[in-house]
Write a protein that binds this ligand. Structure first.
Ligand code: ADP
Ligand code: MG
Length: 246
């Protein structure tokens, strides 16, 4: 316990005082926990991609983000890594309930994200679950009440949140909207609106910083994406790896 407290204090100081080096070539150069670095190494991830280099540091400090980078550029780890780190730095434990939710447009993407989380997060003590339907709602509910991290598709997640015995969602620290352009193409804007409403506490004033951090990732930028960003993000940092020459 004492050793962990010391490690967390040191790590938080590292995150707070971190100055980006001229060039980041390995994950070790980012202010990450030994557990996450070990998980990355054992999954053979050594060199962060550009979106990972740019998005991870501000996300570690708790900032909201809109990250754009083309398909295949490594956006999944750009949010999974800071999500794990934020829970770990907050001393989130298995008994602390739901702390992070990732929303994916399709079941297939949710499963891929879940598998990547299981790989790189295996040295952490968090429980993670998939919410993608295909099982009776009630059966899912019993299991989900104990999860720390959920990877979900919007329709199924909303069914749970709307249900009278829905799981507790007010403690969520990190909300990720992944492949946001696809979420919008598939017509999920109303569902996302409702989900964001559930995760925003009723007493929250619209111009104050929410307790929840929201990370929005997309391959492309559209007008609809700008309105989703406006709806979900608080003073976000914009990271765009799609610019010419990058
Ligand atoms: P995107 O969401 O931007 O389309 P993904 O997160 O799905 O991209 O990543 C695309 C592929 O690149 C995946 O197979 C993933 O495992 C791999 N990948 C991601 N980050 C790295 C990295 N830092 N080093 C090596 N491979 C990576
Ligand atoms: Mg992706």
């Amino acid at each position: 316990r004492l050793r962990i407290d010391e490690e967390l204090k040191e790590l938080q100081a590292k995150v707070d005082s971190w100055v980006p080096p001229a060039e980041i070539t390995v994950f070790n150069e980012l202010p990450l926990s030994a557990r996450t670095l070990k998980g990355l190494k054992s999954s053979h991830f050594l060199n962060p991609t550009p979106i990972q280099q740019l998005a991870i540091p501000p996300a570690l400090r708790g900032q909201d983000l809109l990250g754009s980078a083309k398909t295949g550029s490594g956006k999944t780890l750009a949010f999974l890594i800071p999500m794990l780190e934020r829970l770990y730095l907050d001393k989130w434990g298995p008994m602390d309930g739901l702390g992070a939710v990732v929303i994916s447009p399709t079941r297939e993407l949710a499963v891929q994200t879940f598998n990547q989380l299981r790989d790189i997060g295996k040295y952490h003590n968090f429980s993670a679950g998939l919410v993608i339907g295909g099982k009776p709602l009630k059966e899912e509910q019993e299991r989900l009440g104990r999860m720390n991290i959920l990877i979900a598709t919007p329709g199924r997640l909303l069914q749970h949140l709307d249900s009278t015995v829905g799981f507790e969602s007010s403690g969520v620290k990190v909300l990720v909207l992944d492949e946001a352009d696809r979420l919008l193409d598939l017509g999920f804007l109303p569902a996302l609106r409702a989900i964001i409403g559930h995760f925003s506490s009723g007493t929250q004033l619209s111009n104050t910083k929410p307790n929840r951090q929201t990370l929005l990732f997309s391959a492309t930028q559209t007008k609809d994406l700008a309105s989703l960003a406006k709806l979900s993000l608080y003073q976000p940092e914009y990271i765009n790896c799609n610019k010419a020459g990058e």
